[in-house]
Design a protein around this ligand. Structure first.
Ligand code: AKB
Length: 344
């Protein structure tokens, strides 16, 4: 059976998560046919923008095969993953989902590309967790870390994501050494190392950078928040709309302009204390205290305070719209306020 071009779809795994919320809306608004896969059914409002919804795990090989045989998948946004804190609670399960699940998806996408005679673009959200700064002093001294330094992750999640970056590069450039034989690869793998993400639409779970969004959503509900890292904890962050924009920009970038398969992206670096002060500025009812968790503090202390994203800005025009203050005042304050007003 030949697939009509109208059968071309974009597959989003982990579509119900924090990035998926924004991505589904943007892709369907751009006229793209979206197919989703998530452990849980999508919220009804999200499902409206979707051509087909599959509920299940990426570890279900039969389900993946069914998806790729029912649709001509032109692009994959692989968001399904266990984040850093969740992965430390069950490292073996995290490895199955984050690595074996990703390998299974890469293989299905490759086979689909070969079957339909086209190259499938595979967008992979990696993370600042692939970095492992050896001490707070080195973290403080290192400032903006570039992609090829300090890649010695200390978490299962960071190890998983770094290895999958290499898997993606293998599939795109070296699969069975096909490139040497002059074969066109069936996969075009492109990755972004996301910093902490600040979303108005969802409260993340299972991450170690979650303290920033958690304090904002607690403040908007007038709830007290005990921050699980100390005030002098620095990380890079970006607003969720910029993260979704970055994924879409990278997907559309001409292959010839890309000098890397994986890029750093970020909008600003901030301390937990600065996030708390800005939260109180926009949500005066905020009541934020400090209750560092030794293990989670230990994780973020190995992550860079900031990243060098000059390659992304040069190669494909990455340019975040929201800086620190705009993220809180122009994006989070109105959107989070509206979210909880609807719920009250
Ligand atoms: C996490 O905290 O695990 C994620 C990440 C930084 O990749 N938000």
């Amino acid at each position: 059976m030949t697939c009509e071009i109208s059968d071309a779809v974009v597959l989003i795994t982990g579509a119900g998560g924090e990035v998926g919320h924004g991505l589904i809306g943007r892709l369907s608004a751009a006229g793209r046919r979206v197919v989703t896969l998530d452990l849980q059914p999508l919220a009804p409002a999200l499902a409206e923008g979707v051509a087909a919804e599959y509920t299940g795990t990426i570890l279900d090989g039969d389900l993946l095969a069914r998806v790729f045989h029912a649709h001509r998948v032109d692009a994959v946004f692989h968001l399904a993953a266990l984040l850093s804190t969740s992965a430390e609670r069950d490292p073996q399960h995290a490895h199955r989902v984050n690595v074996e699940g990703t390998l299974a998806l890469l293989e299905q996408a490759r086979q689909s590309g070969e079957r339909h005679g086209h190259t499938v673009r595979f967008l992979f959200p990696s993370t600042i967790a692939v970095y492992g700064l050896p001490s707070r002093a080195v973290k403080q001294r290192s400032g903006r870390v570039s992609e090829d330094t300090f890649t010695q992750p200390t978490t299962m999640y960071g190890c998983n994501k770094l290895y999958c970056e290499h898997l993606g590069r293998y599939y795109a450039r070296h699969y069975r050494q096909g490139a040497a034989a002059g074969l066109v690869p069936a996969l075009d793998f492109r990755g972004l190392r996301f910093p902490g993400l600040l979303s108005a639409d969802t409260v993340p779970s299972g991450g170690t950078s979650d303290y920033a969004p958690e304090m904002i959503h607690a403040a908007a509900q007038g709830q007290p928040y005990a921050c699980f890292v100390g005030p002098d904890t620095w990380l890079p962050f970006m607003a969720m709309p910029d993260a979704v924009d970055a994924l879409l920009q990278l997907e559309q970038a001409p292959q010839a302009s890309l000098t890397r398969t994986v890029y750093n992206v970020s909008a600003f670096s901030a301390s937990a204390d600065a996030c708390a002060r800005e939260t109180i500025e926009v949500f005066p009812l905020a009541h934020i205290t400090w209750s560092p968790d030794v293990r989670r503090q230990g994780i973020v202390d190995t992550w860079p305070a900031d990243v060098d994203d000059s390659s992304a800005r040069r190669d494909w025009g990455f340019s975040p719209a929201y800086d620190f203050r705009c993220t809180f005042r122009d994006y989070l304050q109105p959107a989070v306020t509206a979210r909880y007003a609807r719920r009250s």
